[in-house]
Design a protein around this ligand. Structure first.
Ligand code: G4P
Length: 525
């Protein structure tokens, strides 16, 4: 098969949700359809159980497990699907943000009882940055949830994306009857805890009297009224609008009952985009270009100090990746040989000899690669769209053992390269501040510095609200700003200037007072 056919049959996506909405359950059902697993319960939940919420070792172990499920490859209806897993724990949200840079589309799971939750809002922001196409799956219809119209309004409002229902629930909770597919014009009846999937009953015309026979007169009446309203309120579904990230088609179902999942998957493989062209510093790279390019979006470290290897996850963007070839490491300006590349299947890894656009390969690395690195066949270009986001918690690193300063610096550098946290170095006094999304990372960093590098540190809380990358069209104004706010200026790992704002109100005031300065909340601008 040629490059173009390989590209056309690939779909690389991620599932995002607030913890507990049903991501793991849906993943498992999708894998069952793909034949990638044989029975339910095979997918380890990447979610951390309540009792372990504060136990980060447990979380690290889970993350260890999740290496195997980092990328779940399976084939369905001749389509090669790569499902990229995202950590469930919100302290590791930054991992999720970065994984979203490597997908071509997203399925978003929303709990019909809880509606749009905060984590989903944040993840949607990340999708919006690249106009990633989103399909919504409203889950747990076997429970008494919120009114479906209200849920759709909430998605539009909170997630700032237009929606278009492609299926519609008939009642919910104890009286949940099933869904009517507005797209396929068929009816799927719900039987609790029945895992087998029945063919839909074709009902082209909603006024068909058979509807009354299947779901009862009252529910049929309600469905007709709902469908009439939907057709009046929501414009026709246009696939191109979905592909442009402007409209999210919505499905309803119950993952745990395997209800509505097949319809979701069938539609997904039909409308979700194959690998798309991607932006680099030099030009747009099309997947069907013959020469291989790819970028590192995730690094997983081995926490055993005796085996300091790590796995770098590379998304193939164009051409064909071949094991054993030399590829050009753009940042280091040299060729590297990758003899030990791994492909990821649902539950195990296997050595791959070749990989195509949309595929993810795992590369064993001893410290050459970091997140955001680009590999090519020689061309000097760097993939963009893999930014750092402003962290939410900031603490100063205090070295408790002056004899181990070198080890501390090395350890910090490597942990930052893995993306565990971000390091900001203040221009005045060289103060080092670590920024993270969650509180757990500080424990992770402290432990790993001690056990892997022999360095002992403490963290001192900092009064910082946000890290804002700053720029200006006027270099003189930027210089003036930096001088006047010297105590609050730091540099990130790439030496970019960052303004460390103490509070929202203060940031607003500074923004007003310095109109020539641009404040950015991600490192790419
Ligand atoms: P997550 O990965 O998004 O965190 O969610 P996960 O799939 O682990 O699901 C969270 C809980 O919601 C699980 O229950 C799961 O069984 C349940 N769930 C998933 N889909 C549905 C559904 O369609 N209807 C209902 N009623 N529940 C659903 P749990 O009690 O936390 O775990 P478990 O003991 O059932 O595994």
């Amino acid at each position: 098969m040629g490059l173009e056919q390989e590209i056309a049959k690939r779909r690389t996506f991620g599932i995002i949700s607030h913890p507990d909405a049903g991501k793991t359950t849906l993943t498992e059902k999708l894998l069952l359809f793909g034949g990638a697993i044989q029975k339910a319960g095979a997918v380890k939940s990447s979610k951390i159980r309540d009792h372990a919420r504060s136990d980060w070792m447990e979380i690290e172990k889970q993350r260890g497990i999740s290496v195997a499920t980092s990328v779940m490859g399976f084939t369905y209806d001749d389509v090669k699907i790569n499902l990229l897993d995202t950590p469930g724990h919100q302290d590791f949200a930054e991992d999720t943000y970065r994984t979203l840079t490597a997908v071509d589309s997203v399925i978003m799971v929303i709990d019909c009882v809880k509606g749009v939750e905060i984590q989903t809002e944040k993840l949607m922001e990340v999708c919006r940055m690249r106009n990633t196409p989103v399909i919504c799956f409203i889950n747990k219809l076997d429970r008494e949830g919120r009114d479906p119209f209200e849920l759709l309004d909430e998605i539009e409002e909170k997630l700032r994306i237009k929606v278009r229902p492609l299926s519609w629930p008939i009642s919910m909770g104890k009286t949940f009857k099933g869904v009517y597919s507005l797209y396929e014009k068929n009816l799927h009846l719900f039987t609790p805890s029945k895992q087998t999937v029945e063919e839909g009953i074709e009902i082209q015309d909603i006024s068909d009297a058979r509807l009354d026979a299947y779901i009862g007169e009252n529910y049929a009446k309600q469905l007709r009224a709902d469908v009439e309203l939907i057709e009046a309120v929501y414009p026709e579904f246009v696939v191109d609008d979905y592909l442009a990230g402007k409209v999210a088609p919505v499905f309803f179902g119950s993952a745990v009952n395997n209800f509505g999942v097949k319809e979701l998957l069938d539609t997904f493989i039909r409308i979700a985009p194959p690998p798309q062209p991607r932006a680099t510093t030099a030009r747009l790279v099309s997947p069907d270009e013959g020469r291989f390019t790819g970028f590192v979006f995730k690094i997983h470290a081995n926490m055993d100090p005796k085996h300091r290897n790590r796995i770098a996850f590379v998304r193939v963007c164009s051409g064909k990746f071949e094991r054993g070839s030399n590829y050009f490491h753009v940042r280091q300006d040299r060729a590297l040989r990758f003899s030990n590349a791994t492909a990821f299947m649902a539950q195990d890894r296997e050595t791959v000899d070749e990989a195509w656009p949309g595929d993810i390969v795992g590369i064993y690395d001893t410290g050459n690669l970091k997140i955001g690195d680009t590999l090519t066949e020689g061309e000097r270009l760097t993939y963009t769209g893999i930014p750092s986001f402003s962290p939410e918690i900031f603490k100063e690193v205090i070295n408790l053992d002056a004899m181990k300063t070198k080890q501390l610096e090395k350890g910090l550098l490597q942990l930052m390269e893995e993306g565990v946290a971000q390091l900001f170095t203040f221009v005045l006094g060289n103060k080092k501040v670590v920024g993270t999304v969650g509180a757990l990372q500080f424990e992770v960093i402290q432990f790993r510095l001690k056990h892997e590098y022999g360095a002992t540190v403490q963290f001192a809380p900092q009064n910082i609200y946000k890290a804002c990358w700053i720029s200006s069209d006027n270099p003189k104004k930027l210089q003036e700003f930096v001088e006047s706010k010297q105590r609050h200026i730091a540099r990130d790992k790439e030496d970019k200037l960052v303004f460390m704002a103490e509070s929202r109100a203060w940031l607003q005031m500074v923004q007003e007072n310095f109109p020539d300065i641009k404040f950015h909340f991600t490192s790419e601008y």
